[in-house]
Write a protein that binds this ligand. Structure first.
Ligand SMILES: [Zn+2]
Length: 340
């Protein structure tokens, strides 16, 4: 990876449009390395799109970046959060505790958040999903990698307001519209500043990677179908600048959406072919495919990314079954797919 591919992670408050600043914040080592939050001037205050991961280092960098704008953490009046994933939501909640900002989140995240907030839940719903995919070895590897680290309940609290179809998220002098884009998660939303041609895309459209699909506690029935529908939904809007949560700003949402749709069409073909040749579970197929731009095998990925890869393969196979290209049957709790 050349330096240019990392340039976007440089800390600071980078002006991307009038009154809009991109602030990259650090992540623990999970492959993505950084998450962009966007500070938008909102009258005398600020609105932040996404909050980052609740970590001391992230809080520090956010505070420094806001300082460059002559603001402080307490000046953030609202957080508009694109989805419930830890790297987007948890710091918004943490800063609300301290400073009282309002936190808004898409209403489709309710089932997942409920489970995350349930003290009796083991927080390992994805491990159950892996079993259905026939991926026992990945399940074991993920379990081992989690170690004894108890999941923190404190990170999960309800938002002040759920974003539904009619929720007005506008800023003081800037109309802003929330658009539900389920797929990456069920309740993912993007925020549109249509007068300035800007899309705050969260993880719906990312410039360098293909967003993971349906990685959540309680996923929808067909997350990949929902995701592709949501791609077509934003493709049907006038083209806008892409302000993603991971990666640099680029000029065209449409261009990247076309690439992502192509990618998934090709992937569907590959996966259908593998299943027809006899790979019957998502795990079997995921081991035949290659992963990331570097074309790694499944075994070369770390356990967390193996899990994402297997679950995503399962989503593709479910879409193929939905399209009548494969047939699914459950055998001992494992989803098996055969030629239709
Ligand atoms: Zn993310």
């Amino acid at each position: 990876m050349g330096d240019s591919r990392r340039e976007w992670m440089q800390p600071g408050a980078h002006a991307v449009a009038s009154g809009v600043y991109r602030i990259p914040l650090p992540l623990p080592n999970d492959g993505l390395r950084a998450v962009n939050v966007y500070a938008v001037v909102d009258g005398d205050d600020l609105t932040l799109i996404d909050g980052g991961w609740a970590l001391a280092e992230s809080r520090e960098q956010l505070s420094t970046a806001l300082g460059v704008l002559g603001a402080e953490l307490g000046d953030v009046r609202r957080f508009l959060v694109t989805h419930v994933h830890r790297d987007h939501y948890t710091q918004a909640v943490a800063l609300r505790r301290e400073f009282g900002a309002r936190v808004l989140l898409g209403e489709g995240e309710q089932p997942t958040l409920q489970r995350l907030m349930d003290p009796d839940d083991d927080k390992l719903a994805q491990l159950e999903q892996l079993a259905e995919c026939g991926a026992k070895p990945v399940q074991e590897a993920v379990r081992a990698s989690l170690g004894h680290e108890a999941p923190s309940m404190r990170d999960w609290e309800a938002p002040d307001e759920w974003i539904g179809e009619t929720t007005d998220v506008s800023l003081t002098d800037r109309p802003l519209r929330a658009l539900a884009t389920p797929g990456h998660t069920r309740g993912h939303v993007v925020f549109l500043d249509e007068s300035h041609g800007l899309m705050f895309a969260g993880d719906h459209v990312l410039p360098h990677i293909t967003p993971s699909i349906g990685f959540e506690q309680v996923s929808g029935e067909f997350p990949l179908r929902d995701y592709m529908d949501s791609l077509r939904l934003v493709r049907a809007l006038p083209d806008m600048r892409l302000l993603p949560a991971h990666g640099p700003v680029s000029e065209s949402v449409h261009e990247r959406v076309d690439q992502l749709l192509d990618h998934h069409d090709r992937r569907l073909d590959e996966i259908e072919a593998a299943a027809v040749e006899g790979a019957s579970t998502a795990y079997d197929v995921a081991r035949i495919l290659t992963w990331t731009r570097r074309e790694r095998t499944l075994d070369e990925l770390d356990p967390f990314n193996q899990m994402l890869a297997v679950l995503e393969t399962g989503s593709h196979m479910d879409v193929l079954a939905l399209q009548g290209r494969l047939r699914m049957e459950r055998v001992d709790g494992v989803r098996q797919y055969v030629e239709a």
